[in-house]
Design a protein around this ligand. Structure first.
Ligand code: FAD
Length: 321
């Protein structure tokens, strides 16, 4: 018996959400009195993999295969399931990231496992049960899911668990999984951005704007603030529908769901469909000229006023720091 954690990387560097997932998985492994094994797919430097020992991993399986250079759901799910079988892992934990959302059900089918996706807390094992608190209804509610199957998959909501150091001696082993041609059927077209912009799904800070900005010509101040804060830019649906911003920036129920540490919403009303994608952000700052805007109900900090006056002032303030 073991707990297997799948750790994601971007450009062969471990993501912050990977360390959160490792810390969560270590706590689960301790609850179950078992070892934590991590699986990495990609070309992550061995020193970085060894550093996982700091967070309680005792073994890292490393799959570095040309065929898996691009992310392919079916193939990655197959490798993770094979690693779980090899390690006798009855609990598999991964991030409920963009990739994780596609992987979780596929791994579950391969392992005949129950799923708790979008977990926000450690499982409650009182009375021999295994109950996981998870988000439900687009983050508007919590559900408590009891996993009765012997194999279990948990995907952890990013930003819901702190990174904790628990030093452990660690070994890194190559793991060569069998990859079927049928798992490589999806052709991935990778679009490499020429800009140095922060990637939206992974961003710690997001500066987002809506129809209140009146037109695409006014996004200069949004980009300037984002650059100063090392943030990604995002937008509401009507903004991307109107072609003011690319669809890749659209957040919400029908767009990306994100959970940054800081979400700054400028001229966005806070419709329920928008909140569905951003309400699990740690701190929400809302700038809106309408004091009745629904976004203020979920804001940690609200500024009532004209974005065209307030945002330049914030930019000046940040520059002076
Ligand atoms: P508006 O509702 O027009 O709000 C603009 C806001 O800007 C207002 O609150 C106004 O007070 C403020 N404002 C105006 N001028 C200024 C100024 N100078 N300074 C400061 N504030 C100002 N929306 C999403 O965003 N994401 C989704 O995924 C999504 N999915 C949807 C799915 C469905 C099935 C449906 C029906 C709708 C969906 N929507 C989604 C649309 C959603 O319902 C709202 O219409 C949309 O979020 C509104 O966008 P907005 O806040 O930018 O614009």
């Amino acid at each position: 018996m073991a707990v297997l954690v799948y750790i994601e990387n971007t450009d062969n560097k471990l993501k912050k959400s990977a360390l959160e997932t490792v810390s969560y998985a270590k706590a689960v492994a301790e609850m179950l009195n078992t070892n934590l094994v991590a699986l990495s797919i990609g070309n992550v430097a061995s020193a970085e993999l060894e550093s996982l020992g700091k967070y309680g991993v005792s073994k890292v399986l490393n799959t570095n295969n040309e065929k898996l250079k691009s992310f392919i759901n079916q193939a990655y799910a197959s490798v993770i399931a094979q690693a779980a079988k090899q390690e006798n892992a009855d609990v598999v934990i991964l991030s409920n990231s963009f990739a994780g959302k596609g992987l979780t059900p596929r791994i579950a089918i391969k392992l005949n496992a129950g799923i708790a996706d979008g977990a926000v807390d450690l499982p409650d094992t009182t009375g021999g049960k295994f109950v996981v608190k998870k988000t439900a209804f687009s983050n508007k509610a919590y559900a408590y899911v009891e996993l009765e199957s012997s194999n279990k998959i948990i995907s952890l909501t990013p930003n819901s668990y702190k990174i904790v150091e628990k030093p452990e001696s660690v070994t890194v082993e190559d793991f060569s999984a069998a990859i079927k041609d049928s798992d490589l059927k999806t052709i991935i077209k990778e679009i490499v951005r020429a800009t140095n912009k922060v990637s939206l799904p992974d961003a710690e800070i997001v500066v987002s704007a809506g129809r209140g900005l009146k037109g695409p010509e006014n996004w200069g101040m949004v980009e300037e603030l984002a650059n100063l804060l090392g943030a990604a830019t995002a937008c509401s649906k009507p903004v991307s529908d109107a072609g003011w911003r690319p669809h890749s920036e659209h957040v919400g129920q029908t767009g990306l769901a994100i959970s940054p540490n800081l979400y700054i919403a400028i001229g966005i009303s806070g419709a329920i469909q928008h909140l569905a994608g951003v309400s699990s952000s740690k701190v929400i700052v809302v700038i809106n000229k309408d004091p009745e805007a629904p976004f203020f109900k979920v804001a940690d900090y609200g500024i009532v006023g004209d974005a065209f006056e307030i945002v330049p002032k914030i930019i000046e303030e940040v520059k002076s720091l």
